[in-house]
Design a binder for this molecule. Structure first.
Ligand code: PLP
Length: 460
């Protein structure tokens, strides 16, 4: 069935999944002895057809979303395209299995296969990141962080993290989050003149507040994070140092961003951003913290792990060990820097003046357009990003001054510096004419045309 569906531009991914998995398994055989691809090729017999028959409405919605992802330039910094192999593992019968506990210590029978799958994900995570211990059960990045709190803190204890408006994450102690209401959260920001974290400020605050846990990382940080400096501060004040690499995990895996693993007590992450796995979370840590972390995830916070997700992560981690992944990660940064330079040349004001990673934060104040107006106009023009607060934003979080851009997804589909020039030109045109629907429609057509030359994994 694979061939015919491959030719149909409208065939949903589900029809093509099994051939993608078989291809990946063939490619991966050199690394580990994989089962014969032929035995797995029948894993999804007529899966798309059965979805269409059971639930035509949902089937059609998935097909529409697939086309949206195919025909638009996706610049949301936390998004990517998981490979067909990852999609195949995630959409498998593993969703049927319960496996509370850890390998060898489960609360249900029938774990012969699941133990091996989780074991593979763990050993690959340790290999990719050079970690002493890995827990691959967190449902996502936020639960991974909550497990870290449960491992090291009691309610009311002090945690220190970057403030959300400065580029931190909700789960690093922001007030609307459970982490900011059940714990005593102390927040650091960035300097007003440089928009970068000032490690002297972080040290002074840590000395004064004596947090039990110190978080580094965030969701809108365009620059390299100085993990050793955080580690030194944490050691000085007796805090557990947690590096949250949710956004940059793929860059860290490829050696494009310095790794916190040697210096951090704990490293938390999502698995679906630059790492390009399925939705999920993961915690790496020193052996000394392994028991506390494992207990905090299960039975502390979660019940049964999502085995289909664990399998998808195992596949993504195998992909992360390839040469192609290193090339992809390096190109993410080249693309972000090319896009940043092109936007700057067109008069955009970039926070910190540029980027070291996959992410760009632009202040649209000089363009006289609020972030949300620009984001909505760009979406209409086929360029998808999110409005975002900038440091010291005079506007409200729901109507901020900036937009955030990321290059992981466009890089996955093969776009390079030349395409970034074109993207910057389109962005500039739209931002200059945020109410010109005809212009947006014209550009959306041009965007879709460009996208045709850059196949998006999982999108027929
Ligand atoms: C995305 C992100 C998270 C949360 O991940 P979810 O999977 O959305 O729960 C946590 N920390 C950081 C720094 C993030 O960027």
């Amino acid at each position: 069935m694979g061939k015919a569906c491959l030719r149909s531009p409208r065939a949903p991914i589900l029809l093509r999944i099994s051939s993608g998995l078989a291809r990946h398994l063939r490619a991966g055989r050199r690394v580990e002895a994989a089962p014969k691809p032929d035995t797995l090729r029948r894993m999804h017999p007529d899966v798309a057809a059965s979805l269409a028959a059971t639930d035509p409405l949902l089937s059609s919605l998935i097909a529409q979303e697939e086309r949206r992802q195919r025909d638009k330039i996706r610049l949301i910094a936390s998004e990517n395209y998981a490979s067909e192999a990852v999609l195949a593992a995630t959409g498998s019968v593993l969703t049927n299995k319960y496996s509370e506990g850890y390998a060898g210590k489960r609360y249900y029978e029938g774990q012969q296969i699941v133990d091996q799958i989780e074991g593979l994900a763990i050993s690959r995570a340790k290999a990719v990141f050079g970690a002493e211990h890995a827990n691959v059960q967190p449902y996502s990045g936020s639960p991974a962080n909550l497990a870290v709190y449960f491992a090291f803190l009691k309610p009311g204890d002090t945690v220190m993290g970057m403030a959300l408006p400065a580029g931190g994450h909700l789960t690093h102690g922001w007030n609307v989050s459970i982490t900011g209401s059940f714990f005593r959260a102390v927040q650091y920001g960035v300097r007003k003149d440089t928009h970068r974290v000032d490690m002297d400020e972080v040290r002074d605050l840590a000395r004064k507040e004596r947090p039990k846990v110190l978080f580094a990382g965030g969701t809108a940080i365009p620059r390299t994070i100085d993990f050793p400096a955080y580690a030194e501060i944490a050691r000085e004040v007796g805090a557990v140092f947690v590096a949250d690499i949710a956004h940059i995990a793929g860059l860290v895996a490829a050696g494009v961003h310095p790794s916190p693993v040697p210096v951090a007590d704990v490293v938390s992450s999502t698995t679906h951003k630059t790492l390009r796995g399925p939705r999920g979370g993961m915690i790496l840590c020193k052996e000394a913290h392994a028991k506390a972390i494992d207990r905090a995830v299960f039975p502390g916070l979660q019940g049964g792990p999502h085995n289909h997700q664990t399998a998808g992560l195992a596949v993504a981690l195998a992909e992360a060990q390839t040469e192609a992944f290193k090339v992809y990660a390096a190109q993410i940064v080249k693309n972000a820097q090319a896009l940043a330079a092109a936007l700057t040349a067109r008069g955009f004001a970039l926070i910190t003046g540029g980027t070291d990673n996959h992410l760009i934060l632009a202040d649209l104040t000089p363009k006289n357009v609020p972030g949300k107006v620009a984001a909505k106009a760009l979406d209409a023009a086929g360029i998808v990003l999110n409005y975002n607060s900038i440091p010291f934003d005079p506007r409200k979080p729901f109507d901020p001054s900036g937009v955030r851009l990321g290059t992981a997804a466009v890089t996955t589909r093969g776009m390079k510096e030349a395409q970034m020039q074109q993207v910057a030109a389109w962005i500039d045109e739209v931002v200059q004419h945020p109410a010109d629907a005809a212009l947006h429609a014209r550009i959306a057509g041009e965007v879709a045309e460009l996208c045709q030359g850059f196949p998006a994994p999982g999108c027929a």
